[in-house]
Design a binder for this molecule. Structure first.
Ligand code: MN
Length: 312
């Protein structure tokens, strides 16, 4: 349900400052974007905050009516150098990829696709679900040691759940409060879904991680700020706990990770280091590379021409 990036999201020259190794509290508005017919709130990347750990992209969609597809569905398109993390609050979708994977995902389950040196996938409506569609797709930048490696796909139907005083935490990726997700992880990062009842929640954090919060439903207060859907709250690093106050039932994602080493270059559906790598991925998709073939009911998405190709 996410992508592609445009130059509005990410200038083609990476400018991320290293994360301050101190606590921070920044409320950053998401950008409205459209993915196919679906309106999304793009919480990452931010112009001033490009990554949170290895988390480099986040599109929050819905809730919207899922009747008749609800605008959900994006045809085959390629990725390199990233993992897609797909997570539904409600509704369902069908993932198909060039590895031959075909997997329905429902609320509370994880689809994790690793692009490595190249993969393509489609995300389709199942045609079955009524009700509403509500979800988020995030990207995780792959480190140098795996980013040119094999593609992969994992589906996790069940994930570790932790009862909190004020709700429930589900460990999507990484570990939290002593519970470890079975999902593949190439860098030191974590993603946790929080389903909170009204009250005061104290959550333990890792000092080595920088953290951010995206609210999917409801709202929560952190110190002096209130976070609602449509914002990213950046918390900085070097915190050993955080206190959330909620007055209504609230769903939120807590993202964390060791600040990502070195600049990345993000363009369209690609996470790379150089424009040459992006050019090669663009040419591979345009030329109909057999390894990127996806069986789908939707038409493939054309890659836009990288703007720098016409500048030299
Ligand atoms: Mn995609």
């Amino acid at each position: 349900m996410s992508g592609p990036l445009t130059s509005e999201d990410a200038p083609t020259v990476e400018t991320t400052e290293p994360a301050a190794p101190t606590p921070a509290l920044e409320l950053l508005p998401s950008r409205e974007a459209k993915v196919g017919d679906l309106r999304v709130r793009r919480a990452l990347p931010q112009r001033t905050r490009r990554t949170v750990g290895a988390w480099c992209f986040a599109d929050h969609a819905g809730p919207v009516s899922a009747n008749g597809g609800g605008g959900f569905g994006i045809g085959p398109h390629p990725h390199i150098g990233l993992q897609t993390v797909t997570w539904f609050v409600s509704g369902e979708g069908l993932h198909r990829d060039s590895l031959g994977s075909e997997q329905v995902i429902r609320a509370g389950q994880l689809n994790l696709m690793t692009a490595g040196g190249g993969v393509a996938h489609a995300e389709e409506p199942t045609g079955r679900s009524g009700g509403e569609l509500h979800g988020i797709q995030l990207w995780v930048a792959q480190p140098s040691v795996t980013r040119n490696g094999d593609a992969g796909f994992e589906h996790h139907a069940a994930l570790p759940e932790i009862e909190l005083d004020t709700g429930r935490a589900t460990v999507i990726v990484g570990d939290f409060a002593g519970h470890v997700s079975p999902a593949r992880r190439d860098t030191d990062h974590a993603g946790v879904d929080l389903a909170l009842r009204p009250g005061r929640s104290v959550l333990a954090l890792r000092r080595a991680y920088e953290h951010a919060v995206i609210v999917l439903q409801g709202s929560l207060s952190i110190e002096s700020i209130t976070v609602e859907p449509g914002y990213l709250a950046y918390l900085g690093a070097d915190r050993d706990e955080i206190v959330f106050r909620t007055e209504t039932e609230t769903r939120a994602l807590l993202l964390g990770g060791v600040p990502f080493p070195g600049p990345i270059l993000m363009w369209w559906n690609f996470v790379a280091r150089t424009t040459d790598e992006i050019d090669a991925a663009y040419e591979g998709w345009k030329s109909g590379d057999d390894r990127l073939r996806v069986t789908s009911s939707l038409p493939p998405i054309d890659a836009p021409r990288p703007p720098w190709m016409d500048q030299s």
